[in-house]
Design a protein around this ligand. Sequence first.
Ligand code: NDP
Length: 434
Amino acid sequence: KQRDPNQPEFLQAVEEVFGSLQPFLAKNPKYTQMGLLERIVEPERVIMFRVSWVDDKGQVQVNRGYRVQMNSAIGPYKGGLRFHPTVNLGVLKFLAFEQVFKNALTTLPMGGGKGGSDFDPKGKSDGEVMRFCQAFMSELYRHIGADTDVPAGDIGVGGREIGFLYGQYKKLSNEVTSVLTGKGLVYGGSLIRPEATGYGAVYFADNMLKTRGDSMAGKRVVISGSGNVAQYTAEKAIQLGAKVLTVSDSNGFVLFPDSGMTEAQLAALIELKEVRRERVSVYAKEQGLQYFEGKKPWGVACDVAFPSATQNELDENDAKELLKNGCFCVSEGANMPSTLGAVDEFVKAKILYAPGKAANAGGVATSGLEMSQNAIRLSWTREEVDARLFGIMQNIHENCVANGKEGDFVNYVNGANIAGFKKVADAMLAQGVV
Ligand code: NDP
């Protein structure tokens, strides 16, 4: 706290993990030796750089670029790039810290990292986004590589941005390697990668529901966000027979009728967000749906909630409201969407609550599968990748249950933190003080 007083999100993420590790560490003191805990919160390397580019008016713009290389104990750094005006070092350190444990949970050999910029893609032309991505990669390329650090997408970085970043990396390095994931299908991408985070979050919820003899079928579902994760959470939920009642953006939320969003409405949402890059208020108008400006969807009665927008979007009061209205399952598509107060409420109420590092690990897991396919220079079918994703989510669920069981209740927060920590910590201890 003394070292990073201005990084509240990072401190929050560390507090959550260390809080749930306390009893485990008391029983396993070897993990408090060799400066392990002090080392695990300190990034192995942080790169910060100037990104200057020229906008459509011929004006020079300057943004700040970052890559946090947090931990490589179990594999090359792996984690997304975020382009959003709220990006700063503290936010990226929280994301990189979470990523370390999440990647360990996937069972694949990936370390943790995160990066991005305070660049805001909203309202920028394709040309501006391309020039920014090229300028960003002109510096980043010397710090990453298929065997050292493999970035992917996150908020504000989707297929379009990955394409521009990859093109520039290839030009500068003269190498066609698996240096980014989330690539387009025609140049080394994997089937199911765009869908993976959302699908994985729904598979995880379904696994949790199964522990109570239940399933997603017929459930009333509330989703926040309308980006990559939200879209494919909605798709899988609909496929499994659930009723999707909301989507949102940072301006407000859209309410669907009790029968839920239809497949045609989802297709229209994806077109609106990914092709026209419009707001959900426009979507509501076009679809004749109710829209609530300035509101979050947590007041809508539901069985299952998928927070899929951003960090700290769901606070203690929102959690109480969800519980009061009958919500008994929360599967986090976003990273740390619930505040510490909200997490407390969910755990106290003993509902099925899965933190992002478990529930949204399907995205990075499928990125790992993209790296594997690139390495063997083969592409697996949609069915094969989806089956592997399904198996990985099931495995993460079992691992959380094994490490988080408290009598009849499964504390998925403790389960995920302990399982992820053990693997990384064992690797760090084995490799000495480095
Ligand atoms: P997108 O950029 O595709 O979509 C982000 C969505 O969240 C948009 O609807 C956006 O609305 C909303 N949002 C962003 N910032 C805010 C904010 N400050 N307040 C309210 N709403 C906001 O990103 P993704 O769908 O990829 O990412 C969503 C979350 O999932 C993030 O937490 C990300 O870290 C996490 N995640 C993503 C993975 C992936 O594979 N993409 C993997 C694992 C986790 P608006 O347009 O108004 O900004």
